[in-house]
Design a protein around this ligand. Structure first.
Ligand code: 5GP
Length: 174
């Protein structure tokens, strides 16, 4: 089936929003260090841009979790595929995610990372689909709330394609 991608959020909109998130985080964490945890692969583009806009000291680590695969429906199960390399002991952690959908991934992560001794765990997502939530969790920092559409670009894929689009697009199947 052929699909096409329509621009939902332009490159300029996304970049300027990330700049604002960086400013907000820099203010909120004044006098502290932040430890960013990037959820691979989707959040990698977002985390790089965000980290560049944060002015307090930043360290980074990466984690990979099970996700959609090549389907557009969530399996409902979260598994660790690649774990963190650094200890979280006494760190001010911000989990950086591409999108909050059902909320299962972030809920799982927040509990896991708190148990590992982080001083604090906050969640930052570029996109949020509030209509799709099935568990009770909200990100502390959100780039954009979007309607219930399957989106790609800025790190997000459809069957491993489109991650390199510099904007957020909605996939249309027609
Ligand atoms: P949740 O656990 O909140 O249901 O799912 C979060 C994960 O599902 C995201 O990190 C992302 O990998 C995937 N996901 C949810 N919605 C979309 C979407 O619209 N497009 C893409 N490419 N992935 C999505």
């Amino acid at each position: 089936m052929a699909e096409r991608v329509e621009v939902l959020l332009s490159e300029e909109e996304v970049d300027s929003r990330i700049r604002k998130l960086g400013e907000q985080i820099s203010k909120d964490y004044a006098g502290k260090n932040v430890h960013l945890i990037c959820i691979l692969k989707g959040a990698s583009f977002f985390m790089c841009e965000l980290a560049k806009r944060i002015t307090v000291p930043v360290s980074i680590d990466f984690m990979s979790l099970s996700s959609y695969g090549s389907d557009t429906q969530s399996s409902g199960e979260v598994k660790i595929k690649k774990d963190l390399e650094e200890s979280l002991e006494n760190k001010y952690v911000i989990v950086v995610e591409d999108i909050v959908d059902t909320g299962r991934t972030l809920k799982y992560l927040k509990e896991l990372l708190k148990d590992r001794g982080a001083a604090d765990v906050k969640l930052c997502a570029l996109l949020d689909k509030p209509e799709r939530r099935v568990v009770d969790i909200e990100a502390d920092y959100i780039g954009f709330s979007i309607p219930d559409e399957f989106v790609v670009g800025y790190g997000l894929d459809y069957a491993q394609r489109y991650r390199n689009l510099p904007y957020i697009g909605a996939v249309k199947f027609d």
